[in-house]
Design a protein around this ligand. Structure first.
Ligand SMILES: [Fe+2]
Ligand SMILES: [Fe+2]
Length: 243
């Protein structure tokens, strides 16, 4: 496996590892700032690759914050490896995530963030949005950099394959194909359609992001608000009508 590092927008580095068994990319995002922030850790078994990628940008021991959307191995499987590597580092996640999982799972307690709370890391200010069950998991949430308007999308806009780091082309068609394709496979039904799904997607769209930092596939630069609204229509059509 090979890891590539690309600055997709100012100070935001996409650390991407393609996993041939899954046929998908696992992308972590490092925000380089006074208090460096890593958005998801990647799998525990990929830790050395991710650490080497981070090491191309900063000293990995200087990492300060480890954010993620929800408790899954690709989101936070290497959390304890990072806590051991970076002595000042701390997980930062939803209140539910900290209470239900992380404060038991992790070697050090997390910093829980309430819905709407802002984590200032230097030039960048990361607002946390608690989004239970979007993309999935009771503990789920999203981070949004209010300064440069980057939304860290976790599993939204999932695209399989080896994709370019960032594109200005719409991701919605690819995301639609991926949702339809996944319906046949072992990863089917990953996205529940709940009473919160559409209002939460609208809330994300209202942030009007300029960059969508996507965990699996290409990231996007452009009108992120419209892209999320278009994705909401696709999700409603493909998943919502079944519920
Ligand atoms: Fe996930
Ligand atoms: Fe993921």
């Amino acid at each position: 496996m090979k890891t590539t590092v690309t600055e997709i927008t100012a100070d935001v580095y996409r650390i991407s590892t393609f996993h041939p068994d899954f046929g998908i990319q696992f992308n972590q995002f490092l925000v380089k700032d006074d208090e460096p922030f890593l958005m998801h850790t990647g799998f525990r078994q990929m830790f050395q690759l991710t650490k080497a990628g981070v090491g191309q940008v900063i000293d990995p021991a200087k990492l300060r914050w480890i954010g993620f959307s929800h408790f899954e191995s690709d989101e936070c499987g290497a959390l304890n490896d990072w806590l051991a590597t970076a002595p000042e580092s701390q997980a930062v996640c939803s209140v539910v995530g900290a209470m239900v999982t992380i404060n038991d799972f992790a070697e050090r307690p997390a910093r829980p963030l309430a819905d709407g709370e802002v984590l200032a890391i230097g030039r960048h200010e990361l607002r946390f949005l608690a989004t239970p069950h979007l993309p999935h998991g009771w503990d789920a949430g999203f981070f949004f950099d209010e300064v440069d308007k980057t939304l860290f999308c976790s599993d939204l806009f999932f695209q399989p394959g080896e994709m370019e780091p960032v594109t200005t082309e719409s991701l919605v068609g690819r995301a639609r194909e991926a949702i339809q394709g996944n319906m046949q496979g072992p990863l089917a039904l990953d996205l529940p359609y709940t009473p919160y799904t559409d209002p939460t997607l609208q809330r994300l769209a209202d942030l009007s992001p300029n960059t969508l930092a996507v965990m699996h596939g290409s990231s996007f630069t452009g009108d992120g608000g419209s892209a999320i609204q278009e994705l909401a229509v696709v999700i409603k059509e493909l998943i919502g009508h079944q519920s």
